[in-house]
Design a protein around this ligand. Structure first.
Ligand code: BES
Ligand code: MN
Ligand code: ZN
Length: 496
């Protein structure tokens, strides 16, 4: 990933010598209207800019980008108008600004120097959207195409203002961390398997100053990680458990993060159909998000103690693979009857969550591409959050404010009985397919210690974009839910 270099400027947008100048437009009742921040550009433009844009067919709707020559009154070559959509409140929302900045940044590929006026609407959102939208993953392409925009100046009233500087830093670090998660997700499963994933995680973590511990298969056997070993048994590439730790200054609270790291999910002996199986390269998105968030926590030196416990396996069918009917003895001693080897995520997560709780955290946040049922329930863009009710609702609220939009889901008592096993303490799937996302949540809950506030973010849909790019979201790995977890950690640091 190469991120654009962002800098603050308080020079008037009309006087900036750049290749492209970005302005926001809003969808008004009678065509596009210029958003706040574009006043100097409009004054320097020779003509009625809103009207010219309307004539070119612009409406101001989200994801619309219109380029036109900037003319003689401005020092830019190209004007780029990006749609903020309809505004219902006072001003465009942070998410609208993020999205419009992202669409603009994608359209700036091939330019070397641009400037944006969207910082006037929401500086941090404009920075995040620009970095996120400029992302591209071209490592495996012989013909790489246009480079992402190299440098973007962000117009602000005072470039020396401390709040503006910290918004630039915070927004850039978030953008880079999301990019790091996307890179891991987009790396194909022949190159990213448990051992190589653990190596990359360790390298990212060490260079950010985190403590790192990696358990290999021998260490996992010795400690009795039956879930991770069971799922990992079918692959010639043995599993790993990566542990990362950040101890911030005046760390009042301890938070444990856990992320699902299935580097490829064939389903195992309960084999998945071939169609779209390739997308299971993204089944380590939870792990990628947790690792990337740890790097962010270290870079911004959050005043918290945060640990990450990340199980990494490849779920393959083979003569050594675990089978439907097997009973696994999990880390901590509970037994699980495996009725479907494709419900593997919950097995490796259960081991990791029991281990994470041994450090006696104040909160546990787990995230995974856990169920197809999540996508059925909420679609491709809305994550689900389950867990203890107060903390679940807090995570949902912060996720919505971050733009990732997680929605709270219940764990109804009556569903727990469906996981009763004839043979072991619990079965890994119920005997029917109803409420599959909630059943998975119930399974995880069995492995959460006592009163520990916990949240489970199922991002099966939102972690991976199989369709066209939109807003700041490229095709492939999205980096969801890095921003949610980062927002929750910042909130815990501030409010306990
Ligand atoms: N990794 C999948 C879930 C998934 C599906 C993620 C689609 C992203 C997109 C998970 O391991 C899985 O296979 N879940 C099964 C559970 C079932 C066997 C109870 C599912 O959802 O079908
Ligand atoms: Mn599976
Ligand atoms: Zn899976």
């Amino acid at each position: 990933m190469s991120t654009p270099k962002l800098a603050l400027t308080d020079t008037s947008a009309a006087k900036l010598t750049v290749e492209a100048l970005v302005i926001g437009i809003v969808a008004g009742a009678d065509g596009p209207e210029l958003a706040a921040g574009s006043e100097q550009v409009a004054a320097g433009f020779d003509g009625d800019l809103a009207k010219v844009l309307g004539t070119l067919g612009a409406t101001g709707k989200a994801d619309e980008v219109v380029k036109l020559p900037a003319g003689n009154g401005l020092r830019a070559d190209v004007l780029l108008a990006t749609g903020l959509g309809k505004v219902t409140g006072e001003a465009p929302t942070g998410e609208a600004v993020r999205r419009a900045s992202g669409a603009a940044a994608r359209a700036l590929a091939g330019f070397s120097h641009a400037a944006t006026t969207l910082g006037a609407l929401d500086l941090s959102a404009a920075v995040q959207g620009t970095v996120l939208g400029a992302y591209s993953f071209r490592q495996y392409k012989s013909e790489r195409g246009d480079d992402p925009v190299a440098k973007v100046d962000v117009v602000v009233p005072d470039a020396k203002d401390e709040a503006a500087k910290s918004a630039l830093k915070g927004g850039s670090v978030i953008g880079e961390s999301v990019g790091a998660a996307r890179d891991l997700i987009n790396t194909p499963p022949n190159d990213l398997y448990p051992a190589s994933f653990a190596d990359r995680a360790a390298e990212l973590a060490r260079s950010a100053g985190l403590e790192v511990e990696v358990l290999d298969d021998a260490a996992l056997r010795k400690a009795g990680y039956g879930g991770i070993l069971g799922v990992g048994a079918g692959s010639t590439r043995p599993p790993r458990l990566v542990r990362l730790r950040h101890k911030g200054p005046k760390a009042a609270k301890k938070v444990a993060l856990v992320g699902k790291g299935v580097t490829f999910d064939t389903g195992g002996i309960s084999l998945k159909p071939a169609a779209t199986m390739d997308e299971m390269t993204s089944d380590m998105s939870g792990a990628a998000a947790v690792i990337a968030t740890m790097v962010l926590v270290a870079k911004l030196n959050y005043p918290l103690e945060v640990t990450a416990t990340v199980p990494m396996v490849e779920n393959m069918p083979s003569g050594n693979a675990y089978r439907p009917g097997d009973v696994l003895t999990m880390y901590g001693g509970k037994t699980v009857e495996v009725l479907n080897t494709d419900a593997e995520g919950r097995l490796i997560l259960a081991d990791a969550m029991v281990r994470a709780a041994e450090d006696e955290p104040d909160y546990l946040i787990e995230t995974s591409t856990l169920t197809g049922a999540q996508v059925v329930a909420l679609g491709k863009r809305t994550p689900a959050v389950m867990g203890s009710e107060d903390f679940r609702d807090r995570v949902a609220r912060l996720s919505q404010a971050s733009g990732e939009g997680a929605w709270p889901m219940p764990l109804p008592d009556e569903l727990r009985g469906d996981l009763d096993s004839k043979l072991a303490d619990i079965a890994n799937v119920p005997g029917h397919r109803w409420g599959g996302m909630l059943a998975a949540g119930h399974f995880l809950q069995e492995f959460v210690a006592g009163e520990l506030p916990w949240a489970h973010l199922d991002v099966a849909g939102p972690a991976y974009n199989s369709n066209s790019p939109w807003g700041y979201t490229p095709k492939g790995g999205t980096g969801v839910p890095v921003r949610t977890i980062a927002a929750v950690l910042a909130d815990i640091a501030e409010n306990g």
